[in-house]
Design a protein around this ligand. Structure first.
Ligand code: WTA
Length: 682
């Protein structure tokens, strides 16, 4: 098939005991060729020849070192960045075992640096000041702009100076509630420059959700804009912020400054509601400040940002990332997983309101001196071909997206590497992406990772080894994924179970903001000694990893992570709803859809109007993206005698797998199941 694997036969046996390396034996030794079930897709010899990681041996050599000598491996990479002061003797220290005390992860402690300096100033000093850093494509056709590295730095410095002027200091939190304008990465970088901690809230979240986050992190200022066009709609963001600020004040947190960008293409300032004293127009205040701003050198372990994410229970958790390790990790994963070269034009369709936009719109690409496309609009507006028009317009070479993105039309010539994230990509979708979009020419990096991991964990390195459609393949450098059984015992060879990670990596989150206990309970107590991802995974005979989805009550809707508990609590807050249980179901377009079983208060009749008002309740409390796709009226919910809802049964009913309901005899009232089935089509 390819000359790529021919020389592999000569590979010597691999060392044992070096983490997971032995799992790679099969593919490295060429035995993977024997597996016919999942046809292997080989990188072209031309691609491999120019790739950073050109062969399995090269990968293995680097991977082996990253596991056997993490300190040496990561310090060599870190030395390519600017540090005001070098880190201490101990490159990292960690405890991932709850039995041995508090969980702790530290990388490059004692080193001082600044991620904004490394992303901008460092690239400018290397002679790339004139290179485009950001291309901006607006919602409407013909609306666009760009900023070179030098121009971006000036904008960042002006905002940084403004923030200092209003009293923002190192360690203060700033909430950013902006759509995909260039001002969003500008605001993130400005915070980083002065050591402030940003907390970006996706601009699709409701006032209620925004308020919850403001109350939790008590920001010095909120940065927003007056309105945004999304597709054919205009969304008045400032109204949402106003409502959120009223709500947070009721909870004892008042914010002094609301810096508002006037987004003229959506709404002008005359029609924007205003609170004198608190609200400030960005365009009036920021440009008055100098275009250079001294860098605040921070410790590698000083916090860089908080990003709230959904868990299986309770309120959203503030995932905390620190500076040094995150910087090195996002830069390195970006470079290798996309085989990035300075001539590439890179487009990631994610919003900066999610982790993908943090690590792979803003930090990872800019640290590498990339030219990044930032797109404000919706992928299907004004028509489903919009994405491909953008790829053509900017000659995008690396295109990173979620498998659920609305895709039609045909291959684009400029593309070189494709990336996928957010959910398992099924083999037929993979082939479609590969054959049609990538013209059978572009490797696909199916990147598995999480808000918590900061960067890619399991991912192909394009050109490095053959792919199997639907598999995220092998671990990134420094990552030791393990699959454990119910009891937390590592299982080897071909197996499936819970995906955990052994030992730390630089991009790992360090805690949940203000809640170390929840951090340990959620992620480190389920399987002592390991970080538990919440995902299921299987590994085949050749050592390839196959993600099988969440094993907890978290669902992924079009790449948006949603806790079923949050949707349930929004439904139950409706005065006519007595009880609700939410499960994820397969959805053709969104990957997963939200399916809600709702029990009404005694005597309240079912009605279409009520259905709408229940959905509205979720839109108001979380955001439109979390609106249930289906409300299933439930006279009662299947519960055990101790009152626990049997979600397993609800999932089967929701996905119409009625012959797989399993044992229902342990239910307090087994007849509930028949009633639910009878109401399926209402
Ligand atoms: C899922 C997004 C399969 C997974 C970066 C994980 C994936 C959750 C993949 C994290 C992938 C992400 N294949 N599943 N390539 N990438 N996931 O925190 O269930 O928004 O736990 O981070 O998305 O979602 P989050």
């Amino acid at each position: 098939t390819s000359d790529h694997l021919r020389h592999l036969d000569s590979m010597a046996a691999l060392p044992s005991g070096a983490g997971n390396i032995s799992h790679l034996n099969a593919v490295i030794l060429g035995e993977a060729l024997a597996s016919e079930e999942h046809d292997l897709v080989f990188p072209s010899a031309d691609f491999s020849r120019q790739a950073h990681v050109s062969s399995p041996e090269k990968y293995l050599e680097m991977y082996r070192r990253s596991i056997e000598d993490p300190a040496g491996f990561w310090s060599d990479i870190a030395a390519e960045f600017y540090w005001k002061e070098k880190w201490g003797k101990q490159v990292y220290s960690e405890n991932l075992d709850v039995r041995k005390g508090s969980i702790k992860i530290e990388w490059f402690k004692g080193g001082t640096t600044n991620i904004c300096y490394n992303a901008l100033d460092r690239n400018i000093e290397a002679g790339n000041g004139g290179k485009v850093a950001l291309y901006w494509e607006g919602n409407e056709l013909g609306q666009d702009g760009s900023l070179s590295y030098s121009e971006l730095l000036e904008k960042v410095c002006q905002l940084a100076n403004y923030l200092k002027y209003i009293g923002v200091r190192k360690g203060d939190a700033i909430v950013i509630y902006l759509p995909m304008l260039m001002e969003l990465p500008i605001a993130m970088l400005a915070c980083a420059r002065i050591g402030a901690v940003h907390s970006v809230v996706f601009a699709g979240f409701s006032a209620e959700s925004l308020a919850q986050r403001i109350v939790d992190c008590k920001p010095k200022a909120v940065v927003t804009c007056n309105a945004v066009r999304r597709g054919s709609k205009v969304i008045n963001l400032k109204d949402i912020v106003d409502a959120a600020l009223v709500e947070s004040a009721k909870n004892g947190v008042s914010v002094d400054v609301c810096l508002t960008y006037e987004n003229q293409s959506a709404m002008n300032r005359e029609t924007t509601k205003w609170q004198e004293g608190r609200d400030i127009w960005w365009q009036d205040a920021v440009p008055k400040h100098p275009t250079s701003c001294a860098v605040e050198w921070v410790d590698a372990e000083d916090p860089l940002f908080l990003l709230y994410t959904s868990g299986s229970t309770g309120k959203p958790k503030g995932v905390l990332h620190t500076t040094g390790g995150y910087m090195i990790y996002t830069a390195t994963t970006f470079k290798y997983a996309f085989d990035f070269k300075p001539s590439d034009i890179y487009w990631c369709t994610a919003d900066c309101g999610w982790i993908t936009g943090h690590s792979y719109v803003t930090y990872g690409p800019l640290l590498n001196g990339a030219s990044v496309v930032v797109f404000e609009g919706a992928p299907n507006y004004p028509d489903p071909g919009r994405c491909w028009d953008i790829v053509d317009k900017y000659k995008v070479t690396i295109f990173y997206t979620a498998p659920t993105l609305y895709v039609t039309r045909y291959s684009r010539k400029s593309l070189r590497v494709l990336g996928s994230v957010g959910e398992p990509i099924n083999p037929s979708a993979w082939r479609w992406f590969f054959n049609v979009v990538g013209d059978s020419r572009c490797p696909i990096s199916d990147t598995w990772w999480q808000t918590e991991t900061g960067g890619f964990m399991i991912t192909p390195l394009p050109g490095g080894w053959p792919q199997k459609p639907g598999s995220a393949t092998f671990p990134f450098f420094g990552v030791q994924p393990v699959i454990v059984d119910e009891k937390g015992t590592e299982i080897e060879g071909e197996c499936s179970g819970y995906l955990c990670v052994k030992s730390s990596w630089p991009g790992a989150f360090r805690t949940l903001y203000g809640d170390q206990e929840r951090y340990e309970t959620t992620y480190f107590k389920p399987f002592p000694g390991y970080y538990f991802s919440g995902d299921g995974c299987s590994r085949d005979n050749d050592g390839y990893h196959w993600l099988t989805g969440r094993v907890d009550d978290v669902i992924n809707v079009s790449g948006h992570r949603i806790g079923t508990a949050e949707v349930e609590s929004a439904l139950v807050s409706h005065h006519q709803c007595a009880e609700a249980a939410v499960v994820g179901v397969e959805h053709e377009v969104k990957g997963q859809g939200i399916y809600a079983f709702v029990t009404l208060v005694e005597g309240v009749p079912y009605s279409e109007e009520l259905r709408k008002s229940l959905v509205l309740s979720v839109r108001n409390q979380i955001g439109a993206f979390a609106a249930p796709d289906k409300i299933h009226w439930a006279p009662g919910l299947p519960k055990t005698r101790s009152g626990k809802i049997m979600r397993r049964i609800l999932r089967k009913i929701a996905s119409r797998q009625l012959d797989e309901l399993g044992d229902t005899s342990t239910l307090a009232d087994p007849s509930v199941v028949d009633q639910l089935i009878a109401l399926s089509d209402c």
